[in-house]
Design a protein around this ligand. Structure first.
Ligand SMILES: Cc1cc2nc3c(=O)[nH]c(=O)nc-3n(C[C@H](O)[C@H](O)[C@H](O)COP(=O)(O)O)c2cc1C
Length: 170
């Protein structure tokens, strides 16, 4: 298995979850941003796990990212918009035959989902769903992650590997 855990992360929460998932998956998995997951890297991956935050009740759009970049209210939490949105990365994703799974970071009570949209777009690119979309919870608008979420992410990573290899879940 050669797995990549690709993230869009403006305030670092999704990146931290991605790193924990990759850790749980083991040495054959690497976490990376949408900028680092180039077509060459993608072509060699047998599993793509992709994650993003929810902004405005959905997978971030170019519009929501532009608004975030222009909004002075984020002064205390400067946004990192240096890597492309997950939405645009998925729109450019070449067709593949590997396994796929989607996750999101979010506030617990919010409607909407990024992970479901990611899973749908991975499926449309030919990636076979290895697990249902997963959610990881932050405590406030900018984070931090709720206690225990990184541990849960590591465990989810282990589960993905077991599911991919067809081993019984324990
Ligand atoms: C401008 C803004 C809009 C947000 N909108 C939502 C939302 O609609 N639903 C939700 O669950 N969380 C929302 N959040 C919380 C983020 O999804 C959460 O902080 C996420 O972990 C950020 O991921 P990142 O740190 O990887 O960028 C919002 C946060 C910000 C700053």
């Amino acid at each position: 298995m050669n797995a990549i855990v690709v993230y869009e992360s403006v305030w670092g929460n999704t990146a931290a979850v991605a790193r924990a998932i990759a850790e749980g998956m083991g040495p054959d998995a690497r976490a990376m941003s949408t900028a680092e997951a180039t077509p060459d890297v993608v072509a060699e991956a047998t599993m793509i796990v992709a994650g993003a935050p929810i902004f405005g009740f959905q997978l971030p759009t170019e519009g929501s990212r532009k608004q975030i970049g222009a909004d002075p209210k984020h002064t205390g939490h400067p946004p990192d918009l240096s890597h492309p949105s997950m939405r645009s990365w998925l729109e450019r994703l070449p067709a593949g035959h590997g396994l796929g799974a989607g996750f999101e970071t979010r506030i617990w009570w919010s409607p909407g989902s990024s992970a479901k949209k990611i899973a749908k777009l991975l499926g449309e690119a030919g990636y076979q769903r290895v697990a249902e979309p997963e959610r990881f919870i932050v405590e406030g608008t900018y984070g931090p992650l709720k206690e225990g979420e990184l541990e849960r992410a590591r465990t989810w990573g282990q589960t993905l590997v077991r599911k991919a290899s067809g081993a019984p879940l324990g």
